[in-house]
Design a binder for this molecule. Structure first.
Ligand code: NAD
Ligand code: DAU
Length: 351
């Protein structure tokens, strides 16, 4: 039986990828390797935890000995690497944590994979899941293509850029078969409520302020998470070795317009008067080094692999909001403890 390890499978995107792979590939053994940091939650994949082709491995990718032992024991044919510290604001407060997990952690996986297969990489694959933030910030015009130079601005994006470079370097230097994708902002069920959309949904439900950074005129390109999981499946199975693919939603929104749309939909769903939630909008101190605009040109993956988003933003947002409204226990459980401390600290300094 083929063995695939998915790192970060208890996180937001990873949980959708694990679910898809476990359900779609019953003849493949899927290992979910995750340290269960504040962002990892086994509740996210409860529905597939008893499937015969699923195994959970609690492990920290920063621990080289543990990672080498696991690769030696299970002899994974394929790696889908999603484990990361993923929140830009946290990276501004603690950059080293991002170097440890995103750079050293990736190095440990690359080294373990290389040690296992270096004599014959035939049929093996290391897939590194990365972000569009490595390209830096766009002005009002233009799109990120696979040829855009790296120009990261935050400690998060710098650490992801470094990990991307190491993956490519292992491909060039050791002939390691890899694929790499750079994706735009995801949203959907199980999104951790420190990120814009789930944070604001949670705050609207609880009548708490909606902290919009700066003037709110920053632009992101939003993609429904299940469409990202489809793209990841496609690239893992059909992408060309040593290639990068950009993945995006063809769906740009200025933050303030997106927040207003969220408020309108939520007012309707919660039976509140029109305009109620908009009153919660509060402009706060900007994020340092805030990238103005991200937008992906996803022509390559569309032309070569036939991928495109399957849901419109309106459909995806509706499904996301409904999921959060129907899963308030999940929301409550993840918005306690460590997260609460982070939240208090993050927003106590805002004006
Ligand atoms: P997330 O923060 O929701 O989940 C990260 C997961 O990694 C968690 O389950 C956590 O427990 C695990 N993890 C963290 N440190 C670990 C360690 N040292 N060892 C083992 N496991 C560890 O992240 P996400 O938003 O699902 O992002 C997943 C990946 O996709 C990341 O690599 C991120 O850079 C990339 N990405 C995210 C987005 C997005 O919009 N969220 C967009 C493009 C790319
Ligand atoms: O582009 C892909 C990236 O998208 C991923 O690599 C990251 O892991 C992911 O976190 C996301 O990064 P962003 O910084 O774009 O996402 P975030 O949800 O943190 O912020 C989205 C926008 O909303 C950004 O312009 C900052 C703004 N914002 C965010 C928060 C949390 C606010 O105005 N207020 C907030 O409270």
């Amino acid at each position: 039986m083929k063995k695939i390890v998915i790192t970060g499978g208890a996180g937001f995107i990873g949980s959708h990828v694990v679910r898809r792979f476990v359900n779609r590939y019953p003849d493949v053994q899927i290992y979910n390797l995750d340290a269960l940091t504040y962002a990892g939650n086994l509740e996210n994949i409860k529905d597939i935890q008893d499937m015969p082709n699923y195994t959970f491995l609690k492990a920290d990718i920063t621990d080289a000995d543990v990672i080498n032992e696991l690769f030696d024991k299970y002899k994974f044919d394929g790696v889908l690497h999603l484990a990361a510290e993923s929140h830009v604001d946290r990276s501004i407060k603690d950059p080293l944590a991002f170097v440890k997990t995103n750079v050293i952690g990736t190095m440990n996986l690359l080294n373990a994979f290389k040690a296992l297969w270096k004599d014959n990489f035939e049929g093996k694959r290391f897939y590194h899941i990365s972000t569009d933030e490595v390209y830096g910030s766009l002005g009002a015009e233009g799109l990120f293509t696979e040829e855009t130079s790296y120009d990261p601005n935050s400690p998060y994006s710098a650490s992801k850029a470094a990990s991307d470079h190491f993956v490519r370097a292992y491909g060039e230097t050791y002939g390691m078969p890899y694929v790499l994708t750079n994706c735009s902002n995801n949203y959907g069920p199980y999104h951790f409520p420190e990120k814009l959309i789930p944070l604001f949904i949670n705050n609207i439900i609880n009548n708490k302020p909606l902290p919009v950074y700066g003037d709110g005129k920053y632009t992101r390109d939003w993609l429904f998470v299940e469409d990202h999981a489809v793209a990841i499946d496609l690239v893992f199975h059909e992408g060309k070795n040593h290639e990068t693919y950009n993945i995006g939603g063809f769906n740009e929104w200025q933050n303030i317009d997106l927040v207003k749309l969220l408020c309108t939909i939520m007012d309707k769903k919660l039976g509140r008067d029109e305009g109620t939630s908009e009153k919660l909008i509060t402009y706060v101190t900007d994020r340092p080094g805030h990238d103005l605009r991200y937008a992906i040109d996803a022509t390559k993956i569309n032309k070569e692999l036939g991928w495109k988003p399957s849901v419109t933003f309106e459909q995806g947002l509706e499904r996301t909001i409904d999921w959060f409204l129907n899963n308030q226990e999940w929301l409550d459980s993840v918005t306690s403890g460590d997260y609460q401390k982070y939240y208090d600290n993050q927003y106590s300094v805002s004006k």
